[in-house]
Design a protein around this ligand. Structure first.
Ligand code: AHR
Length: 534
């Protein structure tokens, strides 16, 4: 037992002795949830996805080909479809990423042979690995994936090397009824008479970097040209502009300011969403990805918690130009990005082992998004399979869910529910960090309400001690409760192709005492509790 927990245990015992009783349930954390103050809806799109033509995300990940021996539906890996349906995947952002600003959508339509084209990521692929883009997976295959899994498409337009005309034609191809425009008739001839009804449109990607190395004013001019004559077919588009430069600690606010300054006075160019990328960037760490110590554990989770500060700062800045906050934040890339060296295979560029640590990082990040449901309209994990913060690793016929997958499953009840305020009273942890020790929350979480059911998710990051939590409802009574937990005896535990079930969900006992929920949360664990409120 470490000092903090010793202190905590002593305090609890002392309280019991003073009362002359041994406490039936000595709580380390008191949580008060206020269902009567349920606020904004947590957009289901916060639990969204990002899939790019990068390494083995599409080819060998999602797309196995129609003639493959690997179980598939129209060329899409069946196991991927099943697991994405299970978590209610709300959307996919596609085709990039940096790839998007070099992608010409016409290369990916029509039957074979489709052209072989340059892929932005070729430049970073190890020698001997062919990363030419084969264009087998184009817009029709992408929409098929969306339809098979019940998700909405979110397309990133090519602003870096494309033109407004190419973009507008893509919109027509996707959304115009077949009898209204030749380009839409072409879609029908290619097998899809019904429009794709794409609502979410990203206008470029990281235009301050791989998307064109622009200045914010230059981008603002292009943004206006791309959106002003946006073809007016249903659904009404949700237009996302490129946001802050940098995508981790180096993120600055100048881009955001410069962009909004340059947009002042325009009256035709709506900005519905501002894209923000926030990576927990450990590419320069000296530690291996799959084996790490306590310092590495806490550093990663603490950096995930910083998402809150990044959101708040940007929101305040956006309010200077948009006091009614029409423009919401779209965190369309987030995750932990480790150093290279432990990829599944050389062609699986930016794939990395994902451990229990990454599951806890996912949980604290989702809790931040939930708590800021008024600000964040969408978030997309980077990337769903075989790349950075993945839910799955796949290679040929081998496939495994990572611990991250289970957090998506645990947080499902928050999707489309109303955010509920919660107060957590719990000692802070003193953990290794900085030049010695630093403080971090001993417990973090979020709550929501839908159809009389309260969803509560909590993360105990401590490597040393479990904690007991007592959850009180400020209104109503907890009539029934059940919980599941994600943890493992080893903080570095992960799932591999040979041991795909090493880290998985387990039921967790909860008790109800006078309308209060009591639960013992193991160390380094995420817990999801469902409470029926009467
Ligand atoms: O997710 C990998 C890359 O990170 C994306 O292509 C790019 O947008 C970001 O820099």
């Amino acid at each position: 037992m470490n000092r903090r927990n010793l202190l905590r245990a002593t305090a609890c015992t002392t309280a019991g002795l003073l009362a002359g009783l041994r406490p039936a349930f000595a709580a380390d954390a008191e949580i008060e949830v206020s269902p009567q103050d349920a606020g904004p809806e947590i957009s289901p799109h916060i639990y969204g996805h990002f899939i790019e033509h990068l390494g083995a995300v599409i080819y060998d990940g999602i797309w196995v080909g129609r003639d493959s021996k690997i179980a598939n539906v129209d060329g899409i890996r069946r196991r991927f479809i099943e697991d994405m349906k299970r978590i209610g995947a709300p959307n996919y952002r596609w085709p990039g990423g940096c790839f998007a600003d070099g992608y010409h959508w016409r290369d990916g339509i029509g039957r074979a042979p489709r052209p072989r084209t340059y892929n932005y990521w070729q430049g970073q692929t190890p020698p001997g690995v062919d990363h030419t883009e084969t264009n087998q997976f184009g817009i029709h295959e992408f929409i098929r994936l969306c339809r098979l899994t019940g998700a909405e498409p979110y397309l990133a337009a090519n602003v870096g090397s494309g033109s407004p005309q190419e973009f507008h034609d893509w919109v027509l191809y996707c959304n115009a009824p077949a009898n209204t425009a030749s380009v839409a008739a072409e879609r029908a001839a290619n097998g899809d008479p019904e429009p794709f009804s794409v609502k979410w449109w990203g206008v470029g990607n990281e235009s301050w970097g791989c998307g064109g190395d622009m200045k914010p004013q230059e981008y603002a001019t292009l943004y206006r040209r791309f959106v002003t004559q946006f073809p007016a077919y249903a659904p009404r588009p949700y237009l996302v502009a490129v946001g802050p430069r940098g995508h981790s600690r180096d993120m600055d606010l100048e881009w955001t300011t410069g962009f909004f300054e340059a947009m002042q006075g325009g009256h035709r160019s709506r900005v519905d969403g501002l894209s923000m990328h926030f990576y927990t960037d450990f590419r320069n760490s000296k530690e291996k990805v799959s084996t790490f110590g306590a310092r590495g554990w806490y550093d990663v989770i603490r950096e995930g918690l910083r998402t809150e500060n990044v959101i708040e700062r940007h929101w305040a800045l956006m309010g200077n130009y948009d006091p009614n906050h029409h423009t919401k934040l779209i965190v369309d890339e987030w995750g932990v990005w480790y150093r290279p060296g432990e990829e599944t295979a050389p062609a699986h560029l930016l794939s990395q082992p994902l451990t229990l640590r990454d599951a806890l990082h996912t949980a604290v990040t989702f809790d931040v998004f939930n708590r800021h449901a008024d600000k964040v309209a969408m978030a997309n994990v980077a990337q769903t399979i075989n790349c950075i913060h993945s839910l799955f690793l796949a290679q040929g016929d081998r496939f495994t869910r990572t611990p991250v997958y289970y957090v998506f499953e645990m947080y499902k009840n928050h999707m489309g529910a109303r955010a509920v305020p919660l107060k957590v009273r719990c000692d802070e942890l003193s953990v290794p960090g900085g030049d010695g020790t630093v403080k971090m929350p001993g417990l973090s979480g979020s709550a929501s309400l839908k159809d009389g059911k309260l969803a509560l998710t909590l993360t105990n990051p401590s490597l040393d001690s479990p904690l007991t939590a007592r959850i009180k409802l400020a209104s109503g009574t907890a009539a029934e409760a059940r919980a599941i937990v994600l943890t493992h005896a080893d903080m570095t535990a992960r799932n591999t192709f040979d041991r795909p079930e090493e880290v998985k969900l387990a039921p967790l006992p909860v008790s109800l005492r006078g309308g209060t929920v009591e639960v013992a949360i193991p160390k380094h664990a995420v817990v999801s509790i469902e409470v029926r409120v009467s």
